[in-house]
Design a protein around this ligand. Sequence first.
Ligand SMILES: CC(=O)SCCNC(=O)CCNC(=O)[C@H](O)C(C)(C)COP(=O)(O)OP(=O)(O)OC[C@H]1O[C@@H](n2cnc3c(N)ncnc32)[C@H](O)[C@@H]1OP(=O)(O)O
Length: 221
Amino acid sequence: MKKIVIIGASGHAKVIIDIIEKRNEYKIIGLIDSYKTHNEKIMGYSILGNENLIPQLMKNQEIIGGIIAIGDNWSRGKVRDLIKSLAPNFKFLPAIHPDAILYNKFKIKQGVVIMAGTIINSDAIIEEFCILNTKSSLGHDSLMKRFSSLAPNATTGGNVTIGKFSSVSISSTLIHNIKIGNHTIIGAGSLVVKDFENNIIAYGVPAIKIRKRENGELYLT
Ligand SMILES: CC(=O)SCCNC(=O)CCNC(=O)[C@H](O)C(C)(C)COP(=O)(O)OP(=O)(O)OC[C@H]1O[C@@H](n2cnc3c(N)ncnc32)[C@H](O)[C@@H]1OP(=O)(O)O
């Protein structure tokens, strides 16, 4: 079985480890994390070190790549860029739960994570490194741009666009034809009935613009 690492050691990483174990396609040799203690164990897997260790693991342990298990969209992008610069041949694998429902011709791109109970409907496009969290639902003909995410139970109607690095938070609903700009956060439990531009936080029922936000501002603390 091909060997991989998981990058990240949070609760999100635990859910991804469970997906990999269920699919039984890759052997996880350990976790990569910059913040947790070396050799600390998560779900039985040791933290091996930080991203700088990856070139050595590719050479000595023959890992082929791994999955970036970082929920924050901006941080996931930064870590992807770092690994790409350290190890250009590292394969950024997807993690797709066997109980996700994907339309027949769905194309899986690198780094995409799709969790249990998610539904992706016909002709929806999901770009690289997006997360579709537990029981989220993406409507037909919708587009999720790179590094965007749907939190658990987030739902979109058909023909929706979610911009780069943007996040639709837990249990929010977007009606059909909505367009969300880049780096925008739709807060938890919102009902979105109009478009929102780049770099804002919006929430409520119906959702309204609350304030501006900078690229990379935290939203999962
Ligand atoms: C598996 C997983 O766990 S995946 C992660 C799941 N979690 C999520 O999706 C949550 C994402 N985060 C959110 O939705 C946050 O509420 C954010 C990012 C939109 C807003 O966060 P902040 O700007 O830090 O808001 P903050 O917490 O300081 O609250 C400010 C005020 O807005 C209110 N508020 C914050 N979010 C919302 C919301 N979604 N709806 C209504 N009111 C809200 C707060 O109650 C507070 O009100 P108050 O001033 O009267 O006390």
